[in-house]
Design a protein around this ligand. Structure first.
Ligand SMILES: *[C@@H]1O[C@H](CO)[C@@H](O)[C@H](O)[C@H]1NC(C)=O
Ligand SMILES: *[C@@H]1O[C@H](CO)[C@@H](O)[C@H](O)[C@H]1NC(C)=O
Length: 737
């Protein structure tokens, strides 16, 4: 529907192209809607099946694997869905509660550690499992079920039902969980509503009805918090609540089609809650366009109403607020690990950003006034590094049993080929490099690598076969179970963009020959359209959170997480460049939009400068969040606790996009407070990563390091080359002679 409107707009604007108006580019034009090519063998049943979804839901859905509610279909099914600012989970008998538990904790309840008085602390997390209020029913007991329908990027439809052997069919509680919504809404059919609390109900008071057809209650809990409970009662139904015990509130009888909405009362919220009760969301999708260098993406909520034709009340994250022109209600609530959320009266979240259209292949910096310094000395050094690195055995370094390590190595050689072509302008070196790289890449494009990629028909996605062929769910970082796809494929897509860029400049047809393969990788990680039935919309990048989530199908008490912000924006950058070389304007603009949104969100939550007011003040001294979970921030990594790992995994790979996300101010603060003492003492590849990152703040020192006669190749990570590090540092003004 939206694409029809946009297509029309596009046609009209093209028709009017003589006017001085920039053409609008649809940001979410589908890439393809056809089945993935036969080169990908099909797995009919993924080894880990989603629980609580019927066969028809599975076969007709593209099931998100990296978003906020996967805990509801994995493992015990008792871990939370992080429906910011709340967490909700299936309560299966704790304190005799059966239903959907809701928790909200405040910043003052956060646990800091391991030494809470340290500054910075290593981590903070929010206590979990404190059920403030749950949606339950008198009929719910250990025989109850929870099933899931319509799994999409921003929403899932939860259905709870009592034991059919005891109560028959036709009784249910629907709870559409939609990211950002101000109320949690449940609709009761033939059930006697009940609300339980682990904290305990001190009192229940019926309040003045805000509107005809709506009843309002306020439950006061023993922790001093108050929760509003609104019930939209159809004509002919009666509904009244009473406090049954300190842990339970119950309705007087079974009801049909009564819509109950629950929200925690915070300072200033109650009259806005009254005004917005009766309106709820059941779905959301994003659309948008780019006009000139301005991108606008709108998360549009699909709503239903009872007794209220107004707007939704939404909770917005700090990075949303910057481009919201209207609707602020003036009060906020603590989120779990992304600062405060702000109440808005709106059915849309509008993200508007200046697009980084100028960041392409050549070295780029956000340091003002820097110019490339390709002096003859610099060119000599770069040439000599390139000659030796192009002579390396590409196949030996890339024909690996890991999409991640293979991708890093392919991409390293791609950057070397780029330097040979565009900076050294050396035709012989370029041809040699490109031929070797095309051959190494072809192994993957033909799907003949050690663990080829499969198409998974359960969740719908291209997965590594490593987890199936080795029997280990953690093989290749859990890629068969949808961990880290954007990191892995990002390197491969970027490699393809560079090969395509050079090959096209030389008159070749490589892009056309490889488009299907590369586009399939992009459809897996960053499919832009729900018109594509073969992949979920935007598996990795959360248009709500503003960055990607790396964790796939693994049950997790602290929710989804991401470690490497830099490999995340590298994938968006790769999508932008592949859009550019393959002539897909929508993809190019979308990659740029993703980068712009990431820049704002990452600098709010993951890369913390000294004036960051979003993360706790006793945490920002870490400069990076480490692993940022939905419920926790932990300044560490999955592979060790050395400071160069923790900071460095947010740096790599260094590319023209790095300086766009990581400002000179931030990089300087991080270098001076955490790295300048450590970097000189290192002797492995992390040393090169830290000094390459230094070029984002001090290009001359970075260049001096890489051009020094004392430089050792031990300082190069397997994904890094001296050719590119020298070219980058010189390209942003680092060479002095
Ligand atoms: C949720 O699922 C139930 C059961 O399939 C269905 O009747 C209801 O219409 C769904 N609600 C929404 C909003 O999709
Ligand atoms: C520091 O980070 C905040 C939060 O993202 C941002 O608003 C501010 O502009 C940054 N300051 C500098 C000097 O980069």
């Amino acid at each position: 529907m939206w694409s029809v409107v946009l297509t029309l707009t596009l046609l009209l604007e093209r028709f009017a192209s003589a006017l001085p108006v920039s053409t609008a580019v649809d940001l979410f034009q589908e890439i393809a809607t056809t089945a993935p090519d036969h080169r990908f063998p099909i797995i009919v049943d993924h080894p880990l099946q989603p629980l609580g979804m019927s066969k028809s839901v599975i076969s007709t859905s593209t099931i998100p694997t990296n978003n906020f509610y996967t805990n509801l279909f994995l493992g015990s099914r008792q871990q939370p869905a992080y429906l910011y600012p709340y967490s909700v989970w299936w309560s299966q008998g704790t304190n005799s509660d059966y239903g959907l538990a809701i928790s909200h904790t405040t910043a003052s309840q956060r646990v800091f550690g391991p030494n809470p008085s340290a500054n910075p602390v290593e981590y903070y997390y929010n206590p979990v499992g404190i059920c403030s209020v749950s949606f339950s029913a008198a009929e719910f007991d250990a025989g109850m079920t929870m099933s899931l329908g319509s799994p999409t990027a921003f929403a899932v439809n939860v259905t709870m039902a009592p034991s059919t052997s005891k109560y028959g069919h036709g009784r249910s509680l629907y709870i559409p969980l939609v990211q950002g919504t101000g109320f949690i809404t449940g609709i009761y059919f033939n059930l006697r509503p009940r609300f339980n609390s682990l904290v305990g109900f001190q009192s229940l008071t019926e309040k003045t009805s805000p509107r005809n057809g709506i009843k309002k209650y306020v439950a006061k809990l023993y922790d001093g918090t108050s929760w509003a409970i609104y019930a939209n009662v159809p004509n002919g139904q009666t509904f009244s609540l009473s406090r049954q015990s300190s842990s339970s509130i119950i309705a007087s009888k079974d009801v049909y089609n009564v819509i109950v909405q629950i929200a925690k009362i915070v300072d200033g919220s109650e009259s806005a809650y009254d005004a917005h009760a009766g309106k709820y969301a059941y779905h959301a999708r994003v659309y948008g366009s780019a006009v000139g260098s301005v991108g606008t993406a709108t998360i549009n909520y699909w709503t239903l109403q009872a007794n209220n034709a107004g707007n939704l009340l939404l909770w917005l994250l700090p990075h949303h607020v910057a481009s919201m022109k209207k609707g602020a209600l003036g009060f906020s609530i603590d989120s779990l690990s992304r600062g405060k959320m702000y109440a808005f009266s709106t059915n849309q979240i509008v993200l508007q950003e200046e697009l980084p259209t100028g960041i392409q292949f050549e070295p780029w910096t956000s340091i003002p006034g820097q110019k490339a310094t390709y002096t003859s000395n610099a060119l000599k050094l770069i040439t000599s590094a390139a000659a030796s690195e192009i002579a390396e055995d590409f196949n030996a370094q890339t024909n690996l049993n890991s999409m991640y390590y293979a991708g890093k190595a392919l991409d390293k050689f791609a950057m070397i080929c780029y330097v040979a072509h565009s900076i050294l302008k050396n035709a012989v070196m370029t041809a040699n490099c490109l031929n070797k790289l095309k051959q190494s890449f072809a192994l993957f494009a033909n799907n003949k690598e050690i663990y080829p990629l499969y198409y998974d028909k359960t969740y719908k996605g291209i997965v590594s076969s490593a987890g199936i062929l080795t029997g280990s769910s953690m093989a290749d970082f859990g890629a068969t179970y949808y961990n880290d796809h954007h990191f892995h494929y990002g390197y491969h897509i970027h490699t393809a963009a560079v090969i395509g860029y050079i090959d096209t400049a030389l008159g070749g047809t490589w892009v056309k020959e490889n488009k299907e393969y590369v586009n399939t990788l992009i459809r897996d990680v960053a499919n832009p359209s729900d018109a594509d039935p073969y992949f979920p919309f935007s598996r990795s990048f959360s248009w709500f959170h503003g960055h990607s989530m790396a964790k796939g199908l693994f049950e997790s008490a602290d929710g989804k997480d991401e470690e490497s912000s830099s490999e995340d924006y590298h994938h968006a950058y790769a999508v932008k460049l592949w859009g550019q070389v393959s002539g897909d304007q929508s993809m190019e603009a979308r990659g740029a939009m993703m980068l712009a949104v990431m820049r704002r969100a990452m600098n709010a939550y993951m890369l913390m400068n000294n004036t960051n007011t979003i993360q706790p003040q006793n945490f920002i001294g870490n400069k990076v969040s480490g692993i940022l979970f939905e419920n926790k921030a932990d300044h560490t990594t999955y592979f060790g606790t050395d400071i160069q790992y923790i900071q460095g995994v947010h740096m790599l790979p260094i590319t023209p996009a790095s300086s766009y996300i990581r400002s000179p101010t931030f990089v300087g603060e991080e270098w001076n407070s955490l790295l300048s003492g450590v970097a000189p003492t290192l002797t492995d590849g992390w040393k090169g990563i830290l000094y390459a990152n230094l070029a984002l703040y001090n290009p001359k020192s970075s260049y001096a390091f890489f051009s020094s006669s004392k430089f050792s190749r031990n300082y190069l990570d397997p994904g890094a080359s001296l050719t590119w590090y020298l070219a980058y540092a010189a390209g942003v003004g680092g060479a002095t002679s």
